[in-house]
Design a protein around this ligand. Structure first.
Ligand code: ATP
Ligand code: MG
Length: 332
């Protein structure tokens, strides 16, 4: 079986629908066909300030959410990044192979640092994509399921893999982006041209999968649409309406066009209440399963320890080769 690897940051109490529909749902499906590695990048999370207590709680909550939506620890390796020290160790080596200007061209860094100002921007945020390259290359996956927002980082990963392989010796697999066609990109409810994000924008723009459905319904009712009345899918002209159509379609499996046909003669109120209902139906069983997992932290930690052990076996082998090939004297 080919390998896949992907991660989701513990930067909020709950995943939002963009995380689920744009990423995690695909991870669940990939478990059949691939040997899958899924991890919680807590090292990445601290590239922006995090409260230690929240970070620890959110790491467990992220694991519980992944399990609740169907990541199966018997088939997939589920682990926390900081439990596998090889990630940080390989990142250092890759840091030394990356050009300063090359790292400076990453648009996510440019966007985030422009918002924060350079005195509030950590060097960690600057080298974030290099740590991400280490995360991936350690496991030699053939495929990496990534959202559109991560494409440039995956390009850097491929460049670094090729650079290491040609400067030293073939060590890394050069991974391909695994793009699922028809995968949803979900936008902020209040600002429907910006992606829904855990740490961005205001809570009112997000639909969180662990929220009370009544809260989500309220946010959906307040979602920005437009001053017209017609329900059609047109991202450029009607981003808010289109976003709601995409959400409802992705959750119910009904094609967008079928939804649109059904809304002839109806209004935005109908679109919003149907979308809220689809969300409520989806989250009910997820919340129940989540509560069970967080209710038993010892079992959760056992699953994560087990995953880390499996991950480390592979990561340690790759790192040992890397250390040897760059010329580090082996300890004895
Ligand atoms: P943060 O704001 O902390 O970066 P995030 O919401 O962007 O959080 P990540 O943990 O960075 O979430 O990403 C997890 C996965 O979710 C990635 O595969 C990313 O591509 C995907 N993703 C994030 N936001 C969206 C969105 N709005 N629509 C579709 N996919 C998304
Ligand atoms: Mg992100």
């Amino acid at each position: 079986k080919d390998r896949v690897l992907s991660g989701i940051q513990p930067t909020a109490d709950s995943f939002h629908l963009g995380n689920y529909l744009g990423a995690v749902r695909q991870w669940v499906d990939l478990q059949d066909e691939y040997e899958a590695f899924y991890f919680i990048p807590d090292l990445h999370a601290i590239t922006v300030p995090q409260d230690p207590k929240d970070l620890r709680a959110r790491t467990r909550r992220a694991a519980a959410q992944l399990l609740a939506v169907g990541i199966d620890p018997a088939r997939s390796t589920l682990f926390v990044q900081s439990h596998v020290p090889e990630h940080a160790q390989l990142a250092w080596v890759l840091n030394c192979l990356t050009g300063f200007g090359e790292a400076g061209r990453m648009t996510q860094f440019k966007d985030k640092s422009a918002k924060q100002g350079s005195d509030h921007t950590s060097v960690g945020l600057f080298t974030y994509p290099i740590l991400q390259a280490a995360d991936i290359l350690l496991y030699r996956p053939q495929r990496v399921p990534v959202g559109e927002d991560q494409r440039q980082h995956l390009e850097l990963t491929r460049d670094l893999a090729q650079r290491f392989n040609s400067r030293f010796k073939k060590t890394f697999v050069v991974p391909e982006a695994h793009i699922v066609t028809g995968i949803a990109k979900i936008y902020d409810l209040q600002e429907p041209t910006v992606k829904m994000s855990k740490s961005g924008a205001t809570p009112a723009g997000r639909i969180e999968i662990l929220d009370d459905p009544a809260v989500s319904a309220k946010r959906i009712r307040s979602a920005v649409t437009d001053t017209e009345r017609e329900i059609v899918y047109d991202v450029a002209r009607k981003p808010g309406v289109s976003n709601l159509l995409v959400i409802q379609s992705a959750l119910t499996g009904t094609p967008v066009q079928t939804l649109v046909d059904g809304y002839v003669g109806k209004g935005y109120g109908d679109l919003k209440s149907d979308t809220a209902e689809a969300v409520a139906e989806f989250v009910a069983p997820v919340r129940r399963a989540f509560d069970e997992y967080v209710g038993d932290p010892a079992e959760l930690d056992r699953i994560l320890a087990d995953g880390a052990e499996r991950a480390r076996e592979i990561a340690a082998t790759t790192l040992a080769q890397v250390y040897d090939r760059v010329g580090f004297l082996p300890p004895r």
